[in-house]
Write a protein of this length. Structure first.
Ligand code: HEM
Length: 148
């Protein structure tokens, strides 16, 4: 299962990032240009959240079955001193969970906002922070950019 889920988690990163940047740029333009927050914007935000939840689900399963995480768990002291193991065991999962929680809160706050400018602003703030967190803890240099 690990060898099937890891490449899916890897490739889904690109779908998530592309969509997140698209939603963010649309809301920055919407905020600056005082544009309407359309049903299409709302739908895109929902699809983005769906991708985030899918990554969360796959990531949690991976955490329990990854041989790398299990090796780190078996030697916590050593893992904390090793930047790659620390990333796999704690930094990547915890930062991603925090980012996805922020994106989820942003979605709820965006839905509750009345003015279109507030909807765009809340999207920009919550998604912006979430995206920065995600970009900061993707293992860019230690894992393949594409699974094939
Ligand atoms: C948007 C959210 C996320 C993105 C973009 C992302 C991205 C990635 C990428 C690119 C990899 C490397 C894949 C490879 O080696 O081919 C990875 C690995 C991994 N991720 Fe995530 N991830 C996300 C969320 C999560 C979450 C929420 C968890 C756990 C709660 C998680 C747990 C893991 C684990 C355990 C690994 C495999 C470590 C290993 O065995 O080498 N990820 N992730």
């Amino acid at each position: 299962m690990y060898s099937a889920l890891l490449p899916i988690h890897n490739i889904l990163r690109w779908a998530f990032l592309a969509l997140a940047i698209w939603v963010l740029v649309k809301s920055v333009i919407g905020l600056m240009g005082n544009k309407t927050f359309t049903p299409g914007d709302k739908k895109l935000g929902g699809i983005l959240l769906g991708f985030a939840h899918l990554q969360l689900l796959i990531g949690i399963i991976l955490w329990f079955i990854s041989p790398n995480v299990q090796a780190a768990l078996a030697n916590m002291g050593g893992a904390m001193k090793d930047s790659i193991q620390r990333m796999q065991l704690l930094e990547h999962p915890l930062t991603m969970i925090l980012a996805i929680v922020l994106i989820q809160i942003g979605r709820i706050k965006t839905k509750k906002a009345y003015a279109d400018s507030d909807k765009h602003r809340r999207t920009v703030v919550y998604l912006g922070i979430g995206l920065v967190l995600i970009l900061s803890r993707i293992p860019w240099t230690t894992t393949p950019l594409f699974p094939f």
